[in-house]
Design a protein. Structure first.
Length: 273
């Protein structure tokens, strides 16, 4: 790993794609002005609160579409690596969509794709979610190489499944950074968000950049926010509670090496299959 400056972007997206893209562009520019070389957007940054029909209508084929054009052009304009949160893409089932995270390099080239594997389900009182009703799950864990080291991808509910990331943390090339776009509900977020993020950082001895939706959306939904950057010891380096903004921090190669050398837990693993 090499030193870098990374940013988690926090939004409160609504159903207007054009408005959300404008907000994302403004916040990305803010992060880049603060020296961020890697910027991470939240889950469903271009569209939250729309009807199922509207979300299906917003699907893009991977490799083309206005949302992807925006991501590529924005990465290229600022000369940054941009993790595009997640966007709705075409699924094999025409009645569903994929929840897809795309990564663009500083030249605006797509360099990685991850389709969310674990689909959120929750029911308590009147608060209910069933992503499997409209989303087709992915099946392949994804990590990619960047100029600063190896990066693992996850989306929101994936955070609860440590085995996903352990499959990517195999020696001799464990990942150095986990990025996690999310739209955690406030109910589950208050209980588990920070706990799970810090656990993933500690057990994988990696940095974590978690970019969240954070506030009350136009449809009344409340997301937890608390976008943050966490170091391999589990210390929180930057954090944003609620509202739009960016959380920016330095990721240190020296710090990562110190943690892994003083407590070589990755080398001590026994059950690796």
């Amino acid at each position: 790993m090499k030193d870098q400056r990374a940013a988690a972007v926090q939004m409160i997206s609504g159903p207007d794609v054009a408005g959300n893209l404008a907000t994302a562009g403004r916040l990305i520019a803010t992060a880049a002005a603060q020296g961020a070389q890697l910027v991470v957007l939240p889950e469903y940054f271009p569209l939250i609160g729309a009807s199922d029909a509207d979300r299906l209508a917003a699907r893009e084929r991977v490799g083309e579409g206005p949302i992807q054009d925006f991501l590529a052009a924005t990465a290229r304009r600022h000369g940054i690596w941009l993790v595009g949160g997640s966007i709705p893409t075409d699924a094999d089932d025409s009645a569903k969509l994929r929840n897809t995270c795309l990564v663009f390099d500083a030249a605006g080239r797509q360099v990685a794709r991850y389709d969310k594997i674990h689909l959120f389900g929750f029911a308590r009182g009147e608060e209910r979610y069933d992503e499997a009703a409209t989303i087709e799950p992915g099946s392949v864990p994804v990590a990619f190489d960047s100029p600063w080291g190896r990066v693992a991808l996850g989306i929101c509910y994936d955070l609860r499944f440590p085995e996903l990331f352990r499959t990517l943390a195999q020696l001799p090339t464990p990942f150095d950074l986990l990025v996690l776009p999310a739209a955690f509900t406030d109910t589950t977020g208050r209980a588990h968000w920070e706990l799970l993020l810090r656990a993933r950082a500690v057990e994988n001895q990696c940095y974590v950049v978690a970019s969240a939706q954070g506030g009350q959306h136009p449809n009344g939904r409340v997301t937890h926010g608390n976008s943050m950057v966490i170091d391999p010891w589990g210390d929180i380096l930057a954090r944003l509670d609620k509202g739009e903004g960016v959380a920016v921090a330095e990721l240190s190669a020296t710090r990562l090496a110190e943690v892994r050398s003083s407590l070589p837990a990755l080398q001590h693993r026994k059950l690796t299959n």
